[in-house]
Design a protein around this ligand. Structure first.
Ligand SMILES: Cc1cc2nc3c(=O)[nH]c(=O)nc-3n(C[C@H](O)[C@H](O)[C@H](O)COP(=O)(O)OP(=O)(O)OC[C@H]3O[C@@H](n4cnc5c(N)ncnc54)[C@H](O)[C@@H]3O)c2cc1C
Length: 290
């Protein structure tokens, strides 16, 4: 295979070093695992850019618990997420999603930060993190700040990150006893992007849904939450009828498009199917019975 040329790869060992490069160099772009960037370069041809490899920056990698919050560094790979007991317990939906992403090779290189910053409407890490109430840390040479993850996404392949900014971390609360689930449909079982995906988070109060959150991917220009559906079913007694109601209401809030991976009509139908599956599993993982 012909090597890619036309860019310079820089490998700063510190976050400050990376941020200095981002703010001083023209056409600088961060790269983590490269599993989105490199195929795009191969398809479109590389632009003359400085690629700032974040892979050597230790503080950007890893999974920690701090004050009942889970913190995930942006260069944490999907394989790290998949093998993390902490994620499996605190955010089962994110753990589910990591299992489905690409192949072993893609999961070993691809990162959660790259998945979010690539801003595909189909990004599999996005719905789980959205339902867990995740926030994103925006770093620049000035003081960093946290935003709701939903605010990171501006449109297909577009984030709110400025040229001199890097996603420095993701955090979400660890609510003991809560359950969550991620479900997806692709054109094949593995090694393919989702045609539709969905995540549900549930907290239980006896047989009622004390808290419920629903997020959907590949049905709008960005991954979305479904607050209208959540508000309708929050506090209600869990039942198959309620699951049916949530699925029907979810179909009504999405605006999918036809593309090579599926038609809008198919996606709408599959939203209903996936919301039902995810609701049942999130409820079961929260200790509920149906
Ligand atoms: C064969 C194949 C199968 C795939 N299957 C799936 C799948 O099933 N599900 C799925 O969701 N995705 C899939 N992908 C897409 C891709 O692997 C993931 O999106 C992956 O998580 C991207 O991470 P990365 O580290 O490789 O990102 P990179 O390619 O390094 O970067 C992606 C984008 O994010 C930016 N970026 C990266 N890190 C940061 C940061 N910290 N701050 C700011 N910007 C940053 C880069 O500038 C770039 O714009 C697949 C890709 C391939 C090639």
């Amino acid at each position: 295979m012909k090597p890619l040329t036309g860019f310079e790869l820089l490998r700063p060992p510190t976050l400050v070093g990376a941020l200095e490069m981002m703010s001083t160099l023209d056409d600088a772009m961060p790269i983590a695992g490269g599993t989105d960037v490199v195929p795009a370069f191969r398809d479109l041809g590389p632009k003359p850019v400085h690629l700032i490899d974040l892979g050597l920056i230790e503080e950007l990698n890893g999974i920690e618990e701090e004050d009942d919050k889970i913190l995930i560094g942006p260069t944490t790979t999907h394989s790290q997420i998949l093998t993390s007991k902490l994620v499996e317990e605190a955010a089962p939906a994110l753990h589910d999603a990591a299992r489905w992403i690409g192949s072993v090779q893609i999961r070993n290189r691809g990162t959660v930060g790259g998945n979010l910053c690539n801003a595909s409407p189909a990004a599999d890490s996005a719905p789980p993190l959205l339902v867990h109430g995740a926030e994103a840390h925006i770093c620049s040479l000035e003081e960093g700040h946290w935003i709701q993850l939903q605010e990171l996404f501006k449109g297909p392949k577009m984030t709110v990150l400025e040229k001199n900014e890097i996603l420095g971390g993701i955090r979400f609360p660890w609510v003991k006893g809560a359950g969550s689930s991620f479900q997806r449909i692709g054109r094949r079982k593995g090694f393919t992007l989702s045609v539709v995906n969905a995540a549900v988070y549930a907290e239980r109060d006896g047989d009622r849904l004390r808290e419920v959150r629903i997020a959907l991917g590949s049905v709008a220009p960005t991954p979305i939450r479904a607050p209208a559906v959540e508000n309708k079913i929050r506090g209600m007694r869990m039942s198959e009828d309620l699951i049916e109601e949530a699925a029907t209401a979810s179909i009504a809030v999405v605006k999918p498009i036809d593309d090579v991976r599926g038609t809008a009509e198919y996606r709408r139908d599959m939203v209903g199917v996936l919301v039902k599956r995810a609701m049942r599993e999130a409820w079961r993982r929260a200790g509920g019975e149906l």
